[in-house]
Design a protein around this ligand. Structure first.
Ligand code: NIG
Ligand code: FE
Length: 435
């Protein structure tokens, strides 16, 4: 049993907005639930001896925006005296889901490109002909800031209603100083419309815009200037790039990563998605938080990730949508102890999905992850991929972000295809959705 005093001293925070609540904040008891805590031996929390950190007949006490106590209902501390009591009615209570890789801010759609691809054109053919990412750049630039905000907020709401409480959002469809800034500002504003946490990532190096055609190195130089300004405005939490033969080389990406390091910003990378371009090894030298996609990752790349401790963010939606046949090296990553995360990669071109639960199923069926690996991939390891240490598990001191599902066991949610079994969503201790 862990009391609030211990909980507060154990708290790790990532910034002032996530500090533990003062002790006079309301105490809420959640009982009548099965808990999937994702505690493990290292974290020492309740349920650590069970797969998924499972606790049947469990209970959680929150104090303000943070978790104060987790355990069996029969072991509730006598002095708990909650201000509010909620009966979960036998629901499964998990940490709030974390979508660690999305491109949620954009205009238009790419349904016509989907048809072209079904008729035989490849993703690379379409990109080289000025479509693909560039067609979304044109639609994004043409949209107003309010239109972008309304559309992106609607997308984030769908994720929230499925139990997602933290979302990473990348820029990368603006590709000019003005439009990249605007995309990041829209991403930040989503967190003023919804109770979720948004982490923003600058992805100016997504494609070379027409203004810089044939001058990719000049574009890198210019985007480094934008990054400094965006950082000064507090718009950026991390820096990403698309390292690929149709995008940027490892040497070009290393230049923007060097600026990120100078600014104290963590980096992550779209790496080895269409070919083995060596981006992962380069990103490892910058201690990347994560490398994402990774279908063409080599054994050397796996070793580089092992050394750097980067999280492998697997994106089964893009793999599926591109009808890719090259599987990411899951066995090698697993064997090397590389943490595996999953994300929607929501974007209009390669992954137009808004269901992180569907990604659980796809990761199991397509990539052969176990349901428990898939779950850790959208909770504890997704938090790590964002550099957030205050969420992703049900432990005293962590943020009180959780979701209640109509399910008896977490594996049921990896097994189902579609449907919305999420019953309630709690963000920072507040009940924000009740169906
Ligand atoms: O993560 N690979 C690069 N970026 C996106 C796709 C972008 C697009 O096609 O619009 C991805 O798959
Ligand atoms: Fe992506």
């Amino acid at each position: 049993m862990v009391d609030v005093g211990v909980a507060r001293s154990a708290l790790m925070t990532d910034g002032a907005e996530h500090m533990v609540a003062p002790v006079d904040m309301p105490r809420r008891l959640w009982r009548g639930v099965t808990l999937a805590t994702f505690a493990d031996a290292g974290s020492g929390g309740a349920g650590a001896d069970q797969p998924y950190g499972l606790i049947e007949n469990g209970a959680v006490i929150t104090q303000g925006s943070h978790i104060a106590w987790v355990g069996r209902e029969s072991e509730l501390p006598a002095q708990a005296a909650p201000d509010e009591e909620h009966d979960g009615g036998g629901a499964l209570l998990t940490p709030g889901l974390i979508d660690a890789h999305t491109h949620l801010v954009y205009g238009g759609d790419r349904a016509a490109e989907f048809e072209q691809r079904l008729q035989g054109a490849t993703y690379e053919d379409i990109a080289r002909a000025g479509g693909g990412i560039m067609s979304t750049v044109r639609a994004t630039r043409a949209a107003s800031e309010e239109e972008l905000l309304a559309q992106a907020t609607a997308r984030a709401t769908v994720l929230l209603h499925e139990g997602v409480t933290t979302i990473e959002i990348k820029s990368g469809y603006g590709l000019s100083a003005e439009h990249e800034r605007r995309s990041l500002a829209v991403a930040r504003r989503i967190a003023t419309q919804l109770p979720i946490t948004v982490r923003t990532t600058s992805l100016a190096l997504h494609a070379v815009p027409p203004e810089f055609a044939g001058r990719a190195d000049d574009y890198v130089t210019e985007s480094a200037r934008w990054l400094r300004a965006q950082h000064a405005e507090g718009l950026v939490d991390a820096v990403d790039a698309f390292c690929e033969r149709i995008a940027f080389s490892p040497a070009q990406v290393a230049r923007i990563f060097a600026v990120a390091r100078e600014l104290g910003l963590p980096v992550k990378l779209h790496a080895e998605q269409l070919s083995d371009s060596g981006g992962t090894a380069m990103a490892a030298t910058f201690d990347a938080l994560s490398c994402d996609h990774l279908e063409y990752l080599s054994a050397d790349g796996v070793q580089a990730m092992q050394r750097s401790g980067s999280v492998a963010v697997l994106l089964p939606g893009a793999y599926y949508m591109l009808r890719e046949t090259q599987l990411p090296p899951v066995a090698g990553l697993r064997g090397g102890g590389v943490a595996l995360a999953l994300a929607t990669d929501h974007n209009p071109g390669t992954s137009p999905t808004l269901s992180l639960l569907l990604m659980l199923n796809m990761a199991c069926t397509l990539f052969r992850l176990t349901p428990e690996e898939a779950w850790r991939g959208v909770t504890v390891h997704a938090a790590r991929a964002l550099g957030l240490r205050d969420r992703g598990r049900l432990l005293p001191g962590m943020r009180a972000d959780f979701a209640l599902f109509d399910a008896g066991h977490p594996r049921e949610l990896a097994y189902r295809i579609g449907g919305t079994p999420c019953r309630r969503v709690i963000c920072g201790g507040q009940d924000v959705r009740r169906s």
